[in-house]
Design a protein around this ligand. Structure first.
Ligand code: NAP
Length: 367
């Protein structure tokens, strides 16, 4: 075999495989922009905009800007007190002829004070009215426990000792069945859960007709939830990561409002290995943390109200982490020690029969 023949053959091989790579690289990158929900086949964008701690005044212009930048997925909740402002922004964006409702994926959540069958419709109707929409794409039960509701303010009743007034009758299955009816009526496209543990999810799977499509939980490099993710994958449940950047804004909130120690909060964005990987890709630490999750088909909903960071967080699909880098980031997992949101700031919540992280309080009791 002549050298020229070998060179020509190898060159053809390289050309062929690069063509294959580029064809499939774009397909792969494109595919990661959405995950398909198993029951409705709806496409859920893997990037959404988080809106916790964003005031109505600020979030209205932020959402409009985010939509202009290409965000198509917005995550809100009754408890964030900003559904109306988000509704205004979306309405204006549609009225301005920039897109249609069908282009968007809107998630909101049934609050802890409405976590009972008899209240689902009341809250959902109010939330749709505030959002100025006929339906939401995803409705989640925000937390598995319930509090009694002050009928006037729609906030939790707090007892004179500062403890939250627990609704001990919380029953997920009956609440879920009303959500199924709302889905049949066309008010909700997909049903899901947030902050539920495996046993609680399994009970709904066993006793319902419509299976949960999405689980939204705290998930970031310090708290990777591998077992729960495997469980979800086995049940065709898409996982959405909240606090994907380690929720840097939570620090001030918890320190000021609940007197937490500032040391309790991790600085994930400042981690040297995250920064090193960022440098090698000419990306920012935030982009690395988000890309790490998206590349594993986890949906991310970083919150930002800054123009610069909105843009930055959306630029995730033009690069790829290597298996070596993925492996390095996997090693940052601190297991339960990495958890930021345990809800113990709601005094007495651990005594609710459906408090999802009982093992945390049991461990503290045995110390
Ligand atoms: P996060 O998205 O991890 O972090 C948001 C914080 O990081 C904000 O303070 C933001 O400040 C800052 N930030 C954003 N992009 C950045 C960047 N590129 N570089 C540096 N800093 C950046 O935390 P999160 O808001 O707690 O979680 C995300 C969303 O998940 C929430 O907004 C909410 O929608 C949802 N969530 C759900 C639950 C639940 O119980 N289901 C609980 C918590 C959160 P700026 O705004 O100034 O950029």
């Amino acid at each position: 075999m002549s050298l020229r023949f070998i060179l020509r053959r190898d060159f053809a091989c390289v050309l062929k495989s690069s063509a294959f790579y580029f064809r499939n690289f774009h397909k792969f990158i494109g595919r990661m922009k959405h995950v398909k929900l198993s029951q409705t086949a709806d496409l859920m964008p893997t990037l959404g905009l988080g809106t916790w701690q964003a005031s109505p005044e600020v979030i209205e212009s932020t959402v409009y800007k985010a939509l202009d930048l290409g965000y198509r997925h917005i995550d809100t909740a009754f408890n964030y007190n900003n559904e109306e402002a988000i509704g205004n922004a979306i309405k204006k964006w549609i009225d301005d002829g920039k897109g249609t409702r069908k282009d968007l994926f809107i998630t909101t959540k049934l609050p802890h004070v409405g976590n009972r069958a008899s209240d689902v419709k009341k809250f959902l109707d109010l939330q749709l009215k505030r959002l100025q929409m006929d339906y939401v794409d995803l409705y989640l039960i925000h937390v598995p426990f319930g509090f009694h509701c002050d009928a006037e303010t729609l906030t939790p009743v707090v007892n004179s000792n500062g403890e939250y007034d627990l609704d001990l009758d919380t029953d997920h299955v009956s609440t879920w069945k009303v959500m199924e009816c709302c889905q049949k009526e066309g008010l909700i496209r997909n049903l899901g859960l947030s902050n539920f543990n495996e046993a609680q999810i399994e009970k709904i799977i066993d006793e319902s007709t419509v299976k949960p499509q999405v689980l939204q939980v705290e998930l970031h490099a310090y708290f990777q939830q591998m077992d729960l993710r495997k469980f979800c994958s086995d049940h065709d449940i898409v996982v959405t990561a909240y606090a994907p950047l380690g929720s840097p804004g939570a620090k001030d909130h918890f320190v000021n409002k609940y007197n937490y120690s500032p040391d309790a909060f991790p600085d994930l964005l400042g981690h040297p290995e995250v920064n090193e990987i960022a440098k090698s890709h000419e990306k920012t630490p935030a982009q690395i943390l988000l890309r790490y999750l998206v590349q594993q088909s986890v949906v991310v909903i970083p919150k930002s109200t800054s123009d610069k960071r909105l843009k930055e967080n959306a630029s995730l699909y033009d690069f790829e982490l290597t298996p070596y880098e993925i492996n390095k980031l996997k090693k940052l997992d601190r297991g339960e020690d990495g958890r930021i949101f345990n809800f113990l700031f709601w005094k007495g919540v651990e005594n609710h029969p459906e408090y999802p992280f009982k093992f945390l309080t049991l461990a503290a009791d045995t110390k």
